[in-house]
Design a protein around this ligand. Structure first.
Ligand SMILES: Cc1ncc(COP(=O)(O)O)c(C=O)c1O
Length: 448
């Protein structure tokens, strides 16, 4: 049995792990995870509203998944497809097909989100024989060089790397920019039409564009939910020019928005999808998904993998799918997501540092501002998150300046757990506002 208190090792972390890997918030040293909780080296129990960054969507270490992993390990650890073939990878493709958007029925399994994105863009270029890719400002697609070439959530991710120049960007829809009195669906779709026309007129002809790639809900870039009409306009522009549409559903996928995928929530069918994160409840697994017709145009050997579609990860994914169905996880996501949103809207009324609450299902962003100026307040987020951590609840963060508290609990979370977590968040907000003298400012503004 390994020592459960390894805090002496934790103290050596700065020497042992690359800071780029280990300095993120909250970096909680844990000994165990279960359901909606982490158990710290300090002996404390922490309510988890991060799901390990949108991965453990059915809770940590669901017993069914753990059992499936143990059983699988007794049979097959490694399955380089091409050398051998095994049942779980085929069964997984078969079981995933009915939950995918219509027509997406052929799978290339890999290990991580960024690999699924690389595969998606390579496929689009092979099929169209066109060189260019259009992405949307603020989106994040991963950290390998191809994915970085279309990721613009933060410039520091791209610094010095000169990711390949075969990409162009269009602005992502932000409902905040819609003038009062205008319908965001119509207004932002019209804006996109103009922006695309300008891009095609000045920089690249649409006939040279292989694909457009985007997150159907902006994730790392700040949890921004675009209007449905805008996403339909993206589809329409792609269709008009024979451009393939790629949805990066690495974070929105596997139930996070209340349907299996955001494509279904918004009723838009992409040509290619990248899925990962929640698919196997913590084991590394991802997939590039498209129709058979598209996949057949990709010559043998033009893409490959040693570890992708690992047999244990596939069994974990199959068990995850079963749990989703048996425990009505999608329905819980919709119901508890709505509940959380209502509680947060109430919290916003009481706390001037909350600029905006944005959500879809259990993908929730709480934007923190300086109430005096309305400016994004990343320092405030760190202060509040550290207080939350001390109180026993973990949140994550996102947004270009880290100004958004990212709340992504397991989709199996209960209303009681939401109440527990938000009570601690409210305490942290009050303490922060008191420390900064914002409470008296707020009282003056609101008379409360
Ligand atoms: C939308 C999106 N795409 C791609 C990725 C990259 O996934 P990975 O870290 O598994 O490579 C992420 C990771 O956070 C993501 O949120």
């Amino acid at each position: 049995m390994r020592e459960s208190n390894w805090i002496h090792l934790f103290q050596q972390m700065p020497d042992l792990l690359a800071p780029t890997m280990a300095k993120d918030h909250p970096n909680l040293p844990v000994v165990k995870e279960e359901g909606c909780y982490y158990y710290g080296v300090d002996g404390k129990k922490y309510l988890d509203f991060t799901s390990g960054i949108a991965v453990t969507n059915i809770g940590h270490r669901h017993p069914k998944v753990v059992q499936a992993i143990k059983d699988a390990a007794d049979r097959l650890l490694h399955g380089p497809s091409g050398v051998i073939m095994y049942e779980s990878i085929l069964r997984l493709a078969k079981e995933l097909t009915p939950i995918m958007p219509e027509g997406l029925n052929c799978f290339f399994f890999a290990n991580s989100g960024t690999e699924a994105i690389e595969g998606a863009m390579k496929l689009a270029k092979h099929v169209t024989r066109r060189p260019y890719v259009i992405s949307f400002t603020g989106c994040f697609h991963g950290r390998s060089l191809g994915s970085l070439s279309v990721s613009t959530s933060k410039s520091k991710y791209r610094q010095y790397l000169q990711p390949n120049g075969l990409t162009y960007q269009l602005p992502y829809a932000n409902p905040k920019t819609c003038p009062d009195g205008e319908d965001p669906d119509v207004y932002l779709a019209r804006q996109l039409e103009k922006e695309a026309a300008a891009l095609f007129a000045h920089q690249v002809t649409p006939e040279e564009v292989a694909c457009m790639i985007l997150e159907p809900v902006l994730g790392e870039g700040g949890y921004i939910v675009p209007p449905k009409g805008w996403l339909h306009k993206v589809r329409e522009i792609c269709d008009r020019h024979g451009i393939l549409l790629i949805f990066d559903e690495v974070q929105t996928g596997f139930g996070r928005t209340g349907e299996w995928f955001a494509a279904q929530t918004f009723d838009v069918v992409p040509d290619i999808m990248a899925i990962a994160k929640g698919i196997a409840s913590g084991l590394p697994l991802s997939a590039t998904v498209a129709s058979k017709e598209l996949m057949q145009q990709w010559p043998l050997g033009s893409h490959g993998t040693t570890f992708g579609g690992n047999p244990i990860a596939c069994e974990a994914a199959l068990a995850t799918l079963e749990v989703f169905k048996e425990e009505n996880v999608l329905e819980n996501c919709r119901i508890v997501g709505q509940y959380a949103r209502e509680r947060l809207d109430e919290l916003k009324e009481k706390h001037a540092v909350i600029g905006e609450v944005r959500s879809i299902g259990l993908m929730i962003g709480i934007e923190i501002v300086d109430p005096m100026t309305g400016e994004p307040n990343g320092e405030g987020v760190m202060n509040i998150l550290n207080r939350c951590l001390q109180k026993g609840v973990l949140f994550y963060l996102c947004g270009n300046q880290g100004e958004v508290i990212r709340m992504i609990p397991p989709l199996t979370v209960t209303k009681e757990q939401i109440d527990d977590g938000l009570r601690l968040l409210a305490e942290a907000l009050t303490e922060y506002e008191n420390e900064m003298g914002f409470r008296s400012f707020e009282a003056k503004m609101t008379g409360r």
